[in-house]
Ligand binder design. Structure first.
Ligand SMILES: Cc1cc2nc3c(=O)[nH]c(=O)nc-3n(C[C@H](O)[C@H](O)[C@H](O)COP(=O)(O)OP(=O)(O)OC[C@H]3O[C@@H](n4cnc5c(N)ncnc54)[C@H](O)[C@@H]3O)c2cc1C
Length: 459
């Protein structure tokens, strides 16, 4: 029987970060990581396999870096855990005795109860290299591709499949359709105007974007031939990609008697502890709560998974780090547009009856604006609570700096900064990298909101 101080089940974002954190904080502890997948794809890089990288092999996280840190690795499924004896059994018969266990089993693609979804060439997006390779082969020989779901996974997949089609031998002969049942793509995370920008970019790449549209059934005999819509229309399809979200992998936790919900995940507290003092859970498989109201949330992102993996690993021997709750910070690029969001949208704030003021800034992302590659209308839209003045959301559209600007917003939300704090923040500017100091987006949008907040208080 093998022995390890810390056993980690799962070798993707949460598991890897947990392993590295244990080694950093407790270098004397032995760490063993067991993962089912033969190799670990960069999860967020999956869409880029198809239109940009053009090979699954180019989107893999090398194991070497982790082995060099002293982490032992097994590529096997963990089939069972004996909590009393603190041992885990792998599919190949190996038994591992552990002191602490971190479950980081992640998530699987959610497959809605649409008739025909099991038909050939209909794919969820499993984070397994062999499966991703199969998707690539199917896409390469398809003339009509339908992507179901206009969240960030579906949008990125549709964009990359369109690019793949443009680069193919019979460019123009491939039709990509994106079907979203809500009024806009990306609308659960982004402001409406930014969603519309993303849709325009997709259309300019030739994607047939269909919003307010519901799928009724998948047609085909053995292999998909079409997607039938609730309107009665049928869209021809040789391949279908389903990107409508994920469900947490809770089977192992359930099997060993830990509390877990099929939608919310394995129940953990703010220290990522399950009800068993020696078992932690982190990442997509674990339950989450919102930073804003402490209520359960389904925000599942690699950045959240890494943070939770770090928190779980930090707390193995004493509770030293607490999760503050999910803010929900994300970024994506669609065609020439980068869009990012952190925290609440105006719709989410309205739905929750949270009073807010909006500050906006539209300014070139370089200075002077005539510099090559300058985006003249980079935009930041920030939301501040009208009573406390604290930032509760931020939305950015522009160039590469978008994600880092959103990260500033996320940190400001976590830190409870106000419009006044951000209006008077100090920041770095450079002609090639940022807006002019006169118009640095976060500062300017905060100043805009601060003036409204002060005005409303003075009035
Ligand atoms: C197409 C796509 C694009 C995405 N883009 C982004 C993005 O741009 N930004 C972002 O923040 N997030 C993105 N995400 C979300 C992100 O991928 C997930 O939040 C992240 O992968 C979660 O990491 P995880 O470690 O919790 O789980 P997973 O990545 O799901 O990994 C689970 C691990 O557990 C292993 N495992 C499962 N069961 C067992 C078992 N019984 N025994 C052993 N091993 C087991 C698996 O083999 C795997 O190693 C994207 C997701 C997809 C699908």
């Amino acid at each position: 029987m093998e022995k390890t101080d810390v056993l980690i089940v799962g070798g993707s974002a949460a598991g890897l970060m947990a392993g590295l954190t244990v080694k950093r904080r407790h270098p004397q502890k032995t760490v063993t990581m067991v993962r089912k997948a033969s190799r670990t794809p960069v999860p967020c890089g999956i869409p880029y396999i198809y239109g940009t990288l053009k090979a699954v092999e180019k989107n893999l996280i090398p194991d070497d870096n982790f082995i060099k840190q002293g982490i032992r690795m097994h590529t096997q499924a963990v089939e069972s855990v004996d909590r009393g004896n603190k041992t885990a059994d792998l599919a190949d018969g190996t038994r591992i005795a552990y002191d602490k266990l971190i479950i980081a089993t992640g998530s699987s693609p959610a497959m809605p109860p649409i008739p025909g979804l099991q038909t050939g060439n209909v794919f969820g997006i499993k984070k397994e290299p062999e499966y991703l390779d199969m998707i690539q082969k199917a896409l390469e020989s398809s003339r009509n591709v339908v992507v179901i779901g206009g969240g960030f996974i579906g949008v990125e997949m549709a964009e990359q499949i369109a690019l793949m089609a443009q680069a193919g031998n019979d460019a123009g002969a491939v039709q990509v359709s994106l079907i979203e049942m809500l009024p806009n793509c990306l609308m659960l995370a982004c402001e409406q105007e930014f969603c519309s920008d993303a849709e325009s970019e997709l259309r300019s790449l030739g994607v047939n974007v269909m919003t307010n549209t519901q799928v009724k059934a998948i047609q085909g005999n053995g292999k998909v031939t079409g997607v039938q819509l609730a309107s009665g229309e049928t869209i021809p399809a040789d391949a279908v990609v389903v990107g409508i979200g994920v469900t947490p992998n809770i089977e192992l936790a359930q099997q060993i008697g830990l509390e877990a919900d099929p939608r919310m995940g394995i129940k953990v507290d703010a220290y990522m502890r399950t009800e068993d003092p020696d078992i932690f859970a982190a990442g997509d498989c674990a339950s989450k709560f919102s930073f804003f109201d402490g209520q359960p949330t389904c925000i599942r992102l690699a950045s959240v998974a890494c943070s939770e993996g770090m928190i779980a690993a930090s707390n193995l021997y004493a509770p030293v780090r607490k999760c503050m709750g999910a803010v929900g910070a994300f970024g994506t690029t669609v065609g020439k547009n980068s869009i990012g969001a952190a925290g609440l949208t105006t719709k989410a704030a309205d739905d929750a009856s949270i009073p807010y003021v909006v500050g906006e800034a539209v300014f070139p992302n370089r200075h002077p604006g005539g510099l090559p590659g300058c985006i003249l209308d980079m935009k930041a839209k920030l939301l501040f609570h009208s009573e406390t003045g604290k930032i509760i959301g931020g939305h950015v559209r522009g160039g590469e700096a978008t994600a880092d600007m959103v990260n500033i917003v996320a940190a400001a939300i976590q830190g409870g900064l106000t419009a006044e704090d951000l209006a008077t923040m100090q920041y770095a500017t450079h002609p090639l990298m940022t807006a002019s100091p006169l118009g640095y987006h976060v500062m300017l949008a905060a100043e805009n909101a601060s003036a409204k907040l002060t005005g409303s208080r003075a009035a």
